[in-house]
Design a binder for this molecule. Structure first.
Ligand code: ADP
Length: 680
């Protein structure tokens, strides 16, 4: 904002200065005519003077330009219209060879010079003035296209002045004249150069605001080409003015399409050749030919150089743009440690934004970054960066940074350095990513997990103590029921005996429940893992179950199993529970078949225990793992509903998962995973 304001001010000052010069130039000549001071009207004795009308026109250009600067647009148009009237009527006089009486209007006729048209400004001056005033009138509207037109007209005005000045340079006495009429005065030429520049400068802010990348260089290039052509035309053919064609070539740099450089070079060549044809001096000497060939060569050498430079610059711009887009579009803050030795760094706007600051609000350097790092993290960051710079180990580090709000935020910093041949680090580029939300969630998750673990432990202890203590009274009830039966059974009737049997059954079941509960709470108590040969383990399980197997006519098929790391007793319980469920929940008319198999990958073993039993209704497949959850009455299938809860606890203790897939009346497949590496 500050720089653009300065630019706007600069533009206004420069314009003010230029319009003042133009006005004073005109005013001095007007005074010259009035006071008969020849030095003011012609500057150098013997040269053409600036005519009175011409001087008035310069005053009007200055006044109109000033009115524009002060935003008096109507006044601007008024001054310019008067000037346009004078200059265009002069042109009309030339074109139609008439005299409208405006040449000597207001003029001190005593000092009029005897020229072809006394008091009349030169035709090229009249044209340049006409263009200047048109430009000023167009500028008043500030319409996009009008501004563009007026800037082109301004360029043409300056070019008229330059061509004339070039004429003076070559042939000081003659000066540049157009046709056989009056010459454009030396001071007039300077005036047009100034006027053209002033108009151009006035249009710049509008054009920058309106056009941006739509800037059209063609009109300027054509004006430049004509300017050089006209200068060339005035010169004797032997002079190496063809080199001036490098100027429009330079201008062609502003084309977006670099191929236009070549088009401009071709146009330069056409004009160089055209000059030979139009020149009054005939082509004859070898020197002239040599000179033209050299000009053509110069044009092509320059064009090729510009073409390739432009290509390089375009590629650079493209790379810069890609970099800019990447930097701006990324959610990461970018940092570039430009000189590691001098600790000079650059931080992207996003970097500042992530820290809560405005762009460049704080100094970008590692030493300053330390001031914002959490004191506990400074050492770690330096250690990891040091390791990267010296040992070239990857640099990734999570740390806390003090943001502008006064709060610390978590970031993930990473980066990559470059080294010279001696291994000295030169520069390092990297990013910071906001990981605050993840970090806070992680901390909260850890706290929750710790809390859960604590509660679980409490619960396990409670279950253990409660079931242990409950055992005693239940056992007492059971033994007293037996004693009672023994001692008083003969005195009781059949119904009373049946009640006693119920009591006995219930207390035995409670006893069993308590034993199961105790087992459950004991799972994993002694957490020592060992290498287990599962084939061996399964053999033992099947031996234990052999009576049940033969009673039920069941078959258990076991695929070769791996050796795994785990808790032996618990795993044995797991397989035993699943196999016995497979046998227990069999269909009445179908002898049970249980199949055990496994698939393994680098991370885990996935075991499956499938049977051909009654299957499970899909709506219960999650519930069956809940402790004491049963789907059948005890009369149908015996059990306490704790077996699968055991299984789940064992699997989860090993860091795995358990689930079941089942089709009712066809069978169930229990699957569980055991990780290859276990962390208890
Ligand atoms: P229990 O076997 O003592 O009833 P479990 O926890 O082992 O208790 O099983 C819970 C419930 O899951 C069982 O009551 C049964 O309804 C169902 N279930 C378990 N295994 C099977 C199976 N292989 N086939 C069908 N249903 C099963």
């Amino acid at each position: 904002m500050i720089t653009s304001l300065t630019k706007a001010q600069l533009n206004t000052y420069l314009n003010g200065f230029l319009y003042t010069c133009i006005f004073l130039l005109g005013a001095s000549v007007v005074f010259g005519w009035i006071l008969n001071a020849s030095v003011l009207v012609r500057i150098v004795p013997g040269l053409a003077p600036m005519q009175f009308n011409n001087a008035v026109c310069f005053m009007l250009i200055g006044a109109s330009g000033f009115a524009h600067l002060y935003k008096h647009f109507k006044l601007q148009i008024a001054f310019a219209s008067v000037g346009l009237l004078v200059s265009s009527l002069t042109l009309v006089q030339y074109i139609f060879s008439i005299n409208l009486g405006i040449d000597l209007f207001l003029m001190n006729t005593q000092v009029v010079l005897p020229t072809a048209h006394p008091g009349r400004m030169a035709p090229n001056s009249a044209l340049a003035h006409t263009m200047s005033f048109c430009a000023l009138i167009l500028l008043a509207s500030r319409n996009n296209f009008h501004v563009r037109l007026s800037s082109w007209l301004g360029a043409a005005v300056a070019s008229t002045g330059v061509v004339s000045l070039a004429g003076y340079l070559i042939d000081f006495d003659g000066g540049f004249n157009w046709g056989q009429y009056t010459q454009m005065a030396l001071n007039t030429s300077v005036g047009f150069v100034l006027a053209g520049i002033a108009i151009g400068v006035t249009t710049i802010p509008y054009r920058m605001r309106n056009e941006g990348r739509k800037f059209r260089p063609w009109p300027y290039i054509i004006i430049l080409l004509i300017t050089v052509f006209l200068i060339d035309l005035q010169l004797p053919q032997g002079v190496a003015v063809g080199l001036l064609y490098v100027v429009p070539l330079l201008g062609s740099w502003y084309f977006r399409n670099r191929k236009h450089i070549i088009t401009v070079a071709v146009l330069c060549n056409i004009l160089i050749v055209l000059d030979i044809l139009l020149a009054t001096e005939s082509l004859g000497s070898e020197a002239v030919l040599y000179n033209r060939v050299m000009s053509i060569l110069a044009v092509w050498v320059s064009a090729s150089i510009f073409y390739y430079l432009k290509r390089i610059s375009e590629k650079q711009k493209e790379a810069d743009l890609r970099f800019k887009l990447a930097v701006e579009g990324s959610a990461a803050g970018l940092w570039v440690w430009e000189s590691i030795a001098e600790d000079i760094a650059w931080w992207s706007p996003k970097f500042y934004e992530l820290m809560g600051y405005e762009n460049n609000e704080i100094e970008a350097s590692l030493s300053n970054f330390d001031n914002y790092l959490h004191p506990d993290d400074v050492e770690l960051v330096h250690k990891l960066i040091g390791r990267h710079l010296t040992k070239k180990l990857p640099y990734n580090c999570e740390y806390r940074v003090l943001t502008k709000s006064g709060k610390y935020k978590w970031f993930l910093g990473s980066g990559q350095a470059t080294w010279d041949e001696d291994g000295t680090p030169l520069r390092m580029v990297g990013t910071i990513i906001d990981i605050n939300a993840r970090k806070l969630a992680e901390v909260a998750e850890q706290e929750r997990a710790d809390e859960l673990a604590r509660k679980n432990k409490e619960l396990e202890e409670f279950t253990y103590v409660a079931s242990h203590d409950l055992q005693e009274p239940v056992r007492t009830i059971s033994s007293f029921v037996s004693l009672f039966k023994q001692s008083y059974g003969h005195k009781l009737d059949e119904e009373a005996m049946q009640y006693l049997d119920f009591m006995d059954g219930a207390s035995k079941r409670s006893q069993q429940l308590i034993v199961d509960l105790l087992d459950y709470s004991r799972i994993g108590k002694d957490r020592k893992t060992e290498e287990i040969n599962l084939n061996q383990l399964l053999e033992n399980v099947l031996t234990d179950l052999s009576v049940r197997l033969s009673e039920t006519n069941a078959k258990v098929k076991v695929d070769p199993l791996p050796e795994i790391q785990g808790l032996k007793t618990e795993l044995r319980l797991l397989f035993q529970n699943l196999i016995s469920n497979g046998i227990k929940f069999s269909r009445k008319d179908t002898p049970p078949v249980v199949q055990i198999s496994v698939t393994s990958d680098a991370e885990k073993h996935t075991f499956s225990v499938s049977d051909n039993g009654i299957g499970i209704d899909p709506k219960y497949i999650d519930k069956i793992f809940v402790i004491f959850k049963r789907l059948h009455g005890k009369s149908e299938f015996a059990g306490t509903g704790i077996g699968l809860a055991h299984c789940k606890k064992v699997v989860e203790l090993h860091g795995g998962q358990i689930w079941v897939e089942s089709i009712p009346n066809q069978g169930s497949t229990f699957k569980f995973t055991i990780p290859t590496t276990i962390e208890l």
